[in-house]
Design a protein around this ligand. Structure first.
Ligand code: ADP
Ligand code: MG
Length: 728
């Protein structure tokens, strides 16, 4: 091992254990840095509290005078917790979170300092937003956008800053962030689901979409990570031979968490408790040094904020423990990648999970209604759902034999498949009272029992029903969940609206009873969306063929997949629901396509640099050692030297072969890049990067990795996989 790499490894082993404040019970620490409902109730006047609550529940406006009161209470509370600054916290279209801190400090006319924070500062701010991507919405001459308070996600203290979750909008009204369309989609699904839920219970006034994410990640020693330019600049390794021991023993999954990682987790959980992020589970994942954390689910907007926040918290806590947290979907070749399962459901303000079977036939009919409508929505918009999780980094994962395929299908388990089949065949037109009783008792009534033994968990499915929720598994570990959640909630909203229309039509024109009508529409939906259901192995070649026959999309790469974001069907969907207008839709598409290109461009440059500046010079150095050795052998043995130098000479030749392959491929790759860069249409450019530039990556890597195996470990300049993955 080279001395530089050796030092890094040693440094990582010597670390002091970390002391965290564990003196209080976790439940007592929960949310103490959050200005949540309970805190508002304690700190606000009744009038102000009622006003915030109405804003959260019904989206009503908060009066400026009241906003002043809330701001004052928020400020006092934050200062009492040690905060000195405040910021409007938002999620620009870069995927990260953004904040600009201002001190509470203000000066009076006579120069006295005091802490001030008024309703104006709470409700609206104007960050200098010209350098956030806007996909052309904001021309630079009118580079004005503002952030506005989102009362449905509570303010929190992070470090010494009071963070106020906000939306980010252009002065012309278009959304410049991820949160705004999500809030609109959640509103749409609320409205549509309430209308349908009221077939079953007139008391329902609100339906919340819930989200429980599961975040996977790698923990890599930070000095080792820093020694790899590819990890530093791209978040993943662009080369590196797989280690002699990988994950084949499966000895990491659910294994005991290594000491250092555990200290990190405890610290992370501690921070999360303060911030009100209800982290519940932590465990090792399949790959070495891979882990997962998951919270108790919550309302989707809050859960999305929590996930955006935790990605930042993880990075900061990682620094304290000398870990680099890798959120990339595929940091290591030949080792499992990371995802972020999005568990999703709908629940009413009357406390019912609409995707959970109940005790009575009627509540099961309600369950079936939401269950089948979700399946139909996924069927109709599978391509858009695929597009919602497309990114350069997730492309490495989708379709590889470890993660969901790029084909979207729905897994519901054997028992529910049977129920749907029966519903499809048994129901026809108006049902006699006897037929209805039979149906309710024999088909619908038995659902809770059969679900109890629904232990079959098909891990290859991208969208699976898991007892009382759907689990969207194709989301990438580095993604902002707002994107897939906006799409999922929108498509379900749209489908529920259609469902309501159909049912009402049958009731009015065919004089059907409500449950007759519901049964009949459900039957039609089952028939129409059968093709999206798949119970088999999603990784198999047969499924690809079968999916093709069923006319399901299989968009392998992001440039292909993203097109669905601007299709006529998508634009109609978002416009109808008021989630996004065409300008907002196109802006996001442009940003994502450009981001794809930029990522590949950076990776291509970094790979070229590492191969030319690190790998080739090292190979030549080692080759010179061999040549020197051969020369010495010749001196000693004269013309018999070949007997002793055969292997060395072959090695010299082999090294030359690899060096020349790498060199010529890098030249070709640079030329391909130049061609791609010259293209003016962003879509063409992304396609060109995808199909002309990217294929060089693996080929160049192949030769570099071969050299890694040939060259003296002592002089190999890059930290190896075994060191990155097995240093604890
Ligand atoms: P796994 O998928 O790892 O087997 P579980 O099925 O136990 O784990 O739960 C996974 C996640 O599902 C958890 O984060 C949990 O909070 C979330 N979850 C459970 N119920 C719901 C729900 N009704 N809505 C959204 N998420 C939920
Ligand atoms: Mg899961």
């Amino acid at each position: 091992m080279s001395s530089l790499r050796f030092e890094s490894v040693l440094k990582s082993v010597e670390r002091k254990p970390l002391v965290t404040d564990e003196t209080r019970k976790r439940s007592e620490r929960f949310g103490i840095h959050v200005f949540n409902m309970q805190r508002m109730r304690e700190n606000l006047t009744r009038e102000a509290f009622t006003s915030v609550k109405a804003a959260v529940d019904k989206g009503s406006k908060i009066d400026r005078g009241i906003a002043d009161q809330i701001a004052a209470a928020m400020k006092d509370w934050a200062i009492s917790k040690g905060a000195t600054h405040y910021t409007h916290w938002f999620q620009p279209l870069t995927g990260a979170t953004a904040e600009k801190h201002d001190a509470f400090l203000e000066l009076t006319n006579d120069g006295q300092a005091l802490e001030k924070f008024g309703g104006d500062q709470l409700v609206q701010q104007e960050p200098d937003a010209s350098s956030f991507p806007s996909g052309g919405i904001r021309n630079t001459f009118e580079a004005r956008g503002y952030t506005a308070w989102d009362p449905s996600s509570p303010a929190f203290i992070y470090g010494s800053t009071l963070c106020i979750p906000t939306v980010f909008v252009a002065y012309t009204g278009e959304a410049l962030d991820y949160k705004t369309p999500l809030l609109r989609a959640l509103h749409a699904v609320d409205e549509a689901a309430v209308a349908v839920a009221r077939y079953f219970d007139k008391n329902v006034k609100k339906v919340n979409a819930s989200l429980g994410w599961e975040q996977e990640f790698f923990l890599i020693d930070s000095s080792l990570a820093a020694s790899r330019p590819d990890i530093v600049l791209t978040g993943r390794t662009l080369l590196g031979h797989s280690p002699a021991k990988g994950q084949q023993l499966d000895d990491h999954y659910f294994g005991s968490i290594p000491r250092r990682a555990l200290a990190f987790m405890r610290d992370l959980e501690n921070e999360c408790m303060l911030l009100g992020i209800p982290i519940k589970t932590r465990h090792n994942e399949v790959a070495p040094n891979q882990f997962e954390v998951a919270p108790i689910y919550s309302e989707a907007n809050l859960a999305v904020d929590h996930n955006s926040l935790i990605m930042d918290v993880m990075d900061k806590v990682g620094q304290r423990h000398n870990f680099k947290v890798l959120l990339h979907e595929k940091p290591f070749e030949g080792v499992n990648g990371s995802g972020k399962h999005n568990n999703w459901s709908l629940s009413t303000d009357t406390g019912v999970n609409l995707l959970s079977p109940g005790k009575t036939p009627m509540s099961n009919l309600q369950f079936l209604t939401f269950f089948v409508n979700t399946i139909k929505a996924v069927y109709d918009y599978e391509e858009l759902l695929r597009a919602s999780i497309a990114s350069a980094s997730n492309d490495h994962r989708l379709g590889a034999n470890e993660a969901p395929p790029a084909i979207i299908s729905v897994f519901i388990g054997e028992q529910l498949s049977k129920v749907l089949k029966e519903l499809e065949t048994v129901t026809k037109g108006k049902l006699s009272p006897q037929e209805k009783t039979e149906l309710k008792l024999n088909v619908v009534g038995k659902i809770p029992e059969i679900l109890l033994d629904n232990t079959d968990r098909n891990r290859t499915s991208p969208f699976a029903f898991t007892g009382n929720k759907f689990e969207f598994r194709a989301v990438g570990s580095s993604a902002n969940c707002a994107n897939p959640m906006t799409v999922l909630n929108s498509i379900v909203a749209k489908q529920l609206k259609l469902f309501k229309l159909e049912v009402d039509k049958l009731i009015e024109t065919k004089d059907m009873k409500k449950d007759d009508a519901i049964f009949n529409v459900i039957r039609e939906l089952i028939k129409q969306s059968k093709n999206i259901l798949f119970e088999g192995n999603g990784y198999s070649e047969e499924w690809k063929q079968e999916a093709k026959k069923r006319k399901l999309s299989n968009n392998q790469t992001s440039p292909e997949a993203l097109k669905a974001k601007v299709s006529k069907k998508t634009i109609e969907l978002f416009e109808e629901l008021g989630v996004m207008n065409p300008v907002e839709i196109h802006a996001r598409y442009e940003i994502e396509v450009e981001e794809y290109t930029l990522r590949l461009q950076i990776e291509s440059r970094v790979l070229g640099d590492i191969a030319r500046n690190h790998v080739i010079p090292t190979a030549i150095r080692y080759q010179n050692v061999l040549i020197e050795n051969v020369r010495g052998l010749k001196e000693i043995f004269g013309k018999d030297f070949e007997l002793h130098a055969k292997e060395q000479i072959e090695l010299v030749q082999e090294i030359s072969k690899h060096v020349s392959s790498i060199n010529s491929m890098i030249t070709d790759m640079i030329n391909a890049r130049k061609k791609a860069n010259a293209l003016t249409q962003i879509q063409d450019k992304a396609m060109s990067y995808c199909h002309e530039v990217k294929p060089f990556f693996n080929n160049i890597r192949y030769h570099c990795d071969k050299l890694e195996l040939l060259i003296d470990d002592e002089i190999w300049p890059l930290t190896k996989y075994r060191e990155l993955l097995f240093t604890r």
